[in-house]
Design a protein around this ligand. Structure first.
Ligand code: PMV
Length: 354
């Protein structure tokens, strides 16, 4: 944090995440209809720098530069968010902010830039508010995760290393609908899990995630989905404790398929999967059946495949990935990532409350 002539600057990196149990459907104030858990990614992150100049008069302006280019739409979205938080972040709100942001991964690749982007931005705003005289309690991890949730639901899980659980979950002490928490007792081998993102398409999605969440309101399967997600959560946590990879693969794939099934039976119905997504799914399942290697896939709200597998199978899977999956990827693009604690913070870190 720098404080020179009433100029304040905060600089943070924050990782993206990929959900294993999906958050799909919400109540008011970004309260999830069911709990979710995700792997935190190591190399896919957003790096954000926010500058604030305190002067005599209030400014309230927000300008946002993505890769050095002014992005007005995104700027307007952040201005609205900051306006809704103007009481809590009064110093920052009154000063106005200039945001410079960059993603470590390419655009529209099935890696959630809203999770990394919003969590990085929230970390900057909180750091600035504290530096300008605001409440230090805002810097507790729980508070950072809560504000990230308000900015973009799944972003709240990005502040937790390795895996973040968000939503009230039976048997997980401290779990709640407002911020994400870590989960103790899961097998450490998941900390080295791979996530290779097979880019099946990099076109803009036809239906945004916000619209998708809204369509859950009238979805006739909504109630049974929320029940099923809770059941999957307890089964997945057990499989992750026991390192039961067959069960892990089964649940993770069911979750991905349910997410897309919900889109297909929404009204209006829509499909984000592409023929090559289905071809990749077939090939992955066949590979698993034939080789016995516990490799599986998950999907975000898009057509791209996240290939999940333990580190020990990296060599054995490389030929399969090259020969069977890379040809399905647009321009042969695959992004290799893995589970991690997230990138090193550029400045400081937030404390967990006792
Ligand atoms: O956080 P949102 O509103 O972009 O919704 C994310 C929804 C999924 O990515 C599909 C699932 C999840 O839990 O991350």
């Amino acid at each position: 944090m720098m404080n020179k002539d009433e100029r304040f600057e905060a600089h943070w990196r924050s990782p993206s995440n990929i959900a294993l149990i999906k958050y799909w459907g919400k109540k008011k104030n970004q309260i999830p209809q069911n709990p979710s858990i995700s792997f935190t990614l190591q190399d896919a992150y957003t790096q954000t720098r926010v500058v604030c100049e305190r002067s005599g008069s209030s400014n309230n302006a927000v300008s946002l530069y993505l890769d050095n280019e002014l992005n007005e739409d995104f700027g307007v979205r952040i201005a609205k968010l900051l306006f809704s938080w103007k009481k809590t972040f009064k110093h920052v709100y009154n000063a106005g902010i200039e945001i410079h942001t960059h993603n470590s991964f390419p655009h529209s690749t099935g890696i959630a830039s809203s999770a990394s982007g919003m969590s990085a931005l929230v970390k900057c705003i909180i750091s600035l508010e504290i530096a300008m005289g605001g409440d230090k309690e805002l810097g507790a991890v729980e508070s950072v995760s809560s504000f990230a949730r308000l900015a973009s639901g799944s972003a709240c899980r990005s502040v937790i290393p390795y895996w973040g659980l968000w939503g009230n979950t039976e048997g997980i002490e401290g779990s709640n609908d407002f911020y994400a928490v870590g989960v103790e007792g899961l097998d450490d081998r998941f900390k080295a899990y791979h996530d290779d993102v097979i880019i099946i398409s990099s076109e803009k999605k036809s239906v945004s995630s916000s619209a998708g969440h809204r369509l859950m309101v009238g979805n006739r399967y909504a109630a049974s989905r929320y029940k099923q997600a809770r059941h999957h959560m307890s089964e997945l946590l057990l499989a992750m404790k026991l390192y039961d990879l067959d069960r892990f693969c089964e649940i993770v794939e069911q979750e991905a398929m349910e997410l897309h099934a919900l889109m297909m039976c929404s009204s209006p119905s829509y499909i984000l999967l592409k023929p090559k997504t289905l071809e990749a799914i077939d090939r992955i399942r066949e590979m698993r059946r034939e080789s016995g290697i516990p490799v599986c896939f998950t999907l975000d709200a898009g057509p791209n495949i996240h290939l999940l597998y333990p580190d020990e199978y990296k060599e054995k899977l490389s030929l399969f990935i090259e020969e069977q999956l890379r040809p399905l990827a647009v321009d042969g693009r695959i992004i290799n990532d893995h589970v991690g604690a997230g990138p090193m913070a550029i400045r400081g870190s937030f404390e967990t409350k006792d």
